[in-house]
Ligand binder design. Structure first.
Ligand SMILES: Cc1cc2nc3c(=O)[nH]c(=O)nc-3n(C[C@H](O)[C@H](O)[C@H](O)COP(=O)(O)OP(=O)(O)OC[C@H]3O[C@@H](n4cnc5c(N)ncnc54)[C@H](O)[C@@H]3O)c2cc1C
Length: 390
């Protein structure tokens, strides 16, 4: 071994929230981990809230608690969701309530940077993790180890490489996984507002002519917008001056929260669905958006990725002493543990997106009648809530 050739149990490629959580979870299981990740851009200090906001389910909270990240968050910056109101594109309305579902809350709304800062601090204090501020650019899987060549000239040897490198995953390309992609030709327009009326810890969602508009509660009467708009319309929305965007959002949400005041610039994220034919290869496992990409209408992509992390850490923690971490038998356990959850959410989000994209009066009547039916079935609603909680 030379100074430029280090060995690890696991090399995690990618430093989004999923990659950082994976590095921490595997290190806390006693493994020596290399995290290959460039630091995220800091959040502009003059904005009250981060542009990237996530609705985190109970399963994500449980993982972050296990990693002792949840306890380190500034809880004044988290907003619980006690109710969710979904409006169809006719008269239908669905109401989900934490109280009726007998759960403490339906979700927590959290800024990406809040979780990221806590993860960064934990990773820097974790002696089992070596954080390498660079990119991976060469992968050679040998029978006894995977060799990862880095852009800074270093070469790592690891028993297992975890691909947490997002929707355009380089690791996934190295293992030759086949990706089925559906481009929604939509952009998720996100922006934060101060609302005139209290949101009452309620998440709102409107289905409007093939587009979906969500307002998620943030602390102190702020809300986060996710407007899944047709690509052309999104370009128009992103070009609007703040006062025009405020008016557009007030109009599409029927003034539900009164006047809205922009508290930061809007950003756009192209939306697509991706399914991958395999999550594993010898000495390689994919997690997060590298493994699946879904429409954000249910706010579940990050939750799915954090459940990948929990499952992978669980499989590795329970491994028989004679197995090596890159053993396909172990990796198949991880893949089997994740297939159903990923498949179900991909199907559900894609199905809902398609259902509300069909134009015409008949289609509108059918989907709104469907919503009304679901709304009248407490058992179905409870099942939907438990599925969303993970
Ligand atoms: C508009 C919108 C709203 C959303 N809302 C929600 C929500 O409310 N709740 C929810 O659960 N999910 C939500 N999601 C989904 C969520 O954002 C994603 O699922 C999540 O961010 C994926 O995280 P990740 O860490 O897997 O990937 P990423 O965040 O994409 O991170 C991948 C990282 O890998 C790095 N990388 C790439 N290649 C290399 C390489 N070769 N070497 C080293 N590093 C590399 C990249 O630079 C990046 O930092 C939303 C998505 C959108 C678009």
């Amino acid at each position: 071994m030379t100074a430029h050739h280090q060995t690890f149990h696991v090399a995690v490629v990618g430093g989004g929230l999923v990659g950082k959580s994976a590095a921490l979870a595997l290190a806390q299981a006693g493994l020596r981990v290399a995290l290959v990740a460039q630091p995220a851009a800091p959040r502009p200090a003059d904005l009250p809230f981060d542009a990237r906001i996530y609705a985190l389910s109970a399963s994500s909270q449980a993982l972050l608690e296990r990693l002792r990240i949840w306890q380190a968050l500034d809880h004044d910056r988290l907003a619980p969701v006690y109710d969710m109101r979904v409006f169809g594109d006719a008269l239908a309305e669905l109401h989900f309530s934490a109280f009726q579902s007998a759960v403490p809350q339906l979700a927590w709304i959290a800024e990406s940077s809040l979780i990221e800062q806590a993860l960064d601090a934990a990773l820097r204090f974790q002696p089992q993790v070596s954080w390498l501020d660079t990119r991976a650019q060469g992968l050679d899987v040998k029978p006894d180890a995977a060799c990862l060549a880095l852009a800074n000239g270093q070469v790592l040897e690891a028993d297992l490489v975890v691909g947490a490198d997002g929707a355009h995953s380089w690791v996934r390309a190295q293992i030759g996984a086949h990706v089925t992609r559906r481009d929604y030709r939509q952009t998720g327009v996100v922006a934060n507002f101060k609302a005139e009326k209290p949101h009452g810890e309620t998440a709102y969602q409107w289905f409007v002519e093939g587009e979906i508009v969500a307002l998620l509660p943030l602390p102190d009467s702020h809300v986060s917008l996710v407007w899944s708009a047709q690509a052309d319309h999104a370009r128009e929305l992103l070009a609007l001056a703040p006062a025009q965007l405020e008016a557009a959002v007030e109009q599409v949400t029927h003034g539900r929260l009164g006047e809205l005041e922009c508290v930061g610039p809007a950003h756009g994220f192209p939306l697509a669905r991706q399914s991958v034919d395999r999550l594993i290869a010898p000495r390689v496992a994919l997690v997060g958006d590298a493994a699946h990409l879904i429409h954000p209408l249910a706010g579940q992509g990050m939750n799915l990725g954090l459940r990948d992390v929990a499952a992978l850490a669980d499989v590795m923690a329970k491994k028989e002493p004679f197995r090596d971490l890159g053993d396909l038998v172990l990796l198949r356990r991880y893949e089997r543990a994740r297939r159903e959850d990923i498949g179900a959410l991909t199907l559900a989000t894609d199905g809902l997106q398609r259902m509300f994209s069909v134009p015409g009066t008949l289609a509108r009547s059918v989907r709104n009648a469907g919503m009304a039916f679901v709304g009248a079935q407490p058992f179905v609603k409870r099942w939907l809530v438990s599925a969303a909680l993970g």
